[in-house]
Write a protein that binds this ligand. Structure first.
Ligand code: HEC
Ligand code: HEC
Length: 345
């Protein structure tokens, strides 16, 4: 993953302001290409340009998938884009194939959930997981060895269930997705009834509470209260960064670049730092960690009290579901904790 792409995603994660532009190609390049590839061929994200995929999903699904993302998986929710911008991205994606966009009826598929569950266990679980939690890893081009060219998405995911209609799921089961490991179950001898039962089963994930993958252990943010003033705290963080063998890259207002210069909230300061060897090691394990590097710590003053915050790297392990990465995340977690504690002691 090019450094530039990482920078793009960092901007995206930081909630960079979105221009009013509705140029689909430009919006796609800014928000999606880093994961799904410049021409939609896939990367950290699944391929979007395959004719089989574009024949199997309607515009409503694409629109909702962009809006809701896949909570707990790597696909972000793009809540900050306008409706017109989301539509422009959908049109851009459509431009990759001559296949006309399907329009699926919103009628529910009726089936026997229990029977569908049994069929699911026999035919789907090995790829999509025992509980629909998806395959380990994500997308197509990850650094570590995997047994499948494209990782099966989570089907118990709130974002997926909110975006996909029953009829669309039915179509995907009937036809499969040519060019991916997802087979056609019509070709595998499924009857209409078999397919309906499996659709009813997949849909029932939505009635069984939030998906497994969306439940989280440790919270996403580490916080420490500082007894010092904001200026002193920032200076302490700078010192702690150096003590932990990191290079301090820069300190700026959190809103730097997001609002006109001079209008930033001066009570919110962010420090960027890096240890290039650590970065290199982590990226080799899993390029997705690039989403969270360089390291950042934020100091915020609210009503006279100052707190220091960072992301919780252990939370990333849960999102990424990669044992090797757990170790790197554990290391990062200890470093962040040390910096937070040292600067507020
Ligand atoms: C940080 C990486 C990342 C970014 C950025 C990203 N995606 Fe995704 N996207 C994914 C992953 C990973 C999946 C597969 C979800 C899963 O594994 O459960 C996915 C799934 C999807 C799907 C569903 C595909 C399917 O098979 O049903 C669509 C559509 C999609 N993304 C479109 C977009 C668009 C459009 C953008 C930009 C607005 C975008 N994504 C940005 C990683 C990303
Ligand atoms: C050999 C592995 C494999 C098997 C078996 C399999 N799938 Fe898939 N499935 C995949 C992959 C990989 C994808 C993602 C393809 C893509 O979008 O690029 C997928 C995609 C899907 C999608 C679209 C998901 C989305 O995010 O839009 C649905 C729905 C689905 N599968 C349901 C099923 C069901 C139900 C079964 C069992 C009847 C099943 N699959 C069996 C590998 C598999």
């Amino acid at each position: 993953m090019a450094a530039w792409n990482i920078a793009m995603v960092l901007l995206l994660c930081a909630g960079a302001p979105v221009t009013a532009a509705t140029d689909g190609a430009q919006l796609y390049a800014t928000h999606c290409a880093v994961c799904h590839g410049d021409e939609g061929a896939g990367g950290t994200g699944v391929p979007l340009s395959l004719p089989s995929f574009l024949a199997a999903v309607d515009d409503d699904f694409l629109h909702k998938t962009i809006r809701y993302g896949r909570p707990g998986r790597v696909m972000p929710a793009f809540a900050m884009l306008s409706e017109a911008q989301v539509d422009a991205i959908v049109r851009h994606i459509r431009g990759w194939s001559d296949v006309p966009a399907p329009q699926f009826a919103k009628t529910r598929v009726k089936g026997d959930v229990a029977r569908g569950g049994r069929l699911y266990g026999e035919h789907c679980a090995r790829c999509h997981g025992e509980n629909g939690e998806g395959g380990e890893g994500t997308g197509v081009t990850m650094s570590r060895p995997r047994d499948m060219p494209i990782i099966a998405p989570a089907l118990n995911n709130r974002g997926f269930l909110a975006a996909a209609s029953d009829q669309q799921i039915r179509y995907t089961l009937e036809h499969g997705l040519d060019g991916t490991p997802m087979p056609s179950f019509r070709e595998k001898g499924f009857t209409d009834e078999d397919i309906d039962d499996v659709v009813a089963f997949v849909r029932s994930y939505g009635q069984r509470g939030p998906s497994e993958t969306a439940t989280v252990g440790p919270g996403p943010v580490l916080v420490a209260e500082s007894p010092y003033s904001l200026e002193e705290t920032v200076e302490n963080i700078r010192q702690a960064i150096v003590n932990q063998n990191f290079v301090h890259i820069r300190t700026e207002y959190l809103e730097h670049g997001l609002v006109p210069a001079g209008e930033e909230d001066i009570r919110e300061v962010i420090l960027h730092f890096c240890n290039f060897r650590f970065l290199d090691e982590a990226l080799k394990i899993d390029p997705r960690i690039g989403l969270f590097l360089p390291c950042r710590v934020t100091a915020v003053e609210r009503e006279g009290s100052v707190s220091v915050m960072s992301i919780n790297p252990l939370y990333l392990s849960i999102l990424f579901n990669n044992a090797e990465l757990d170790e790197a995340c554990g290391k990062m977690h200890r470093l962040y904790r040390a910096i937070l504690e040292e600067s507020t002691l």
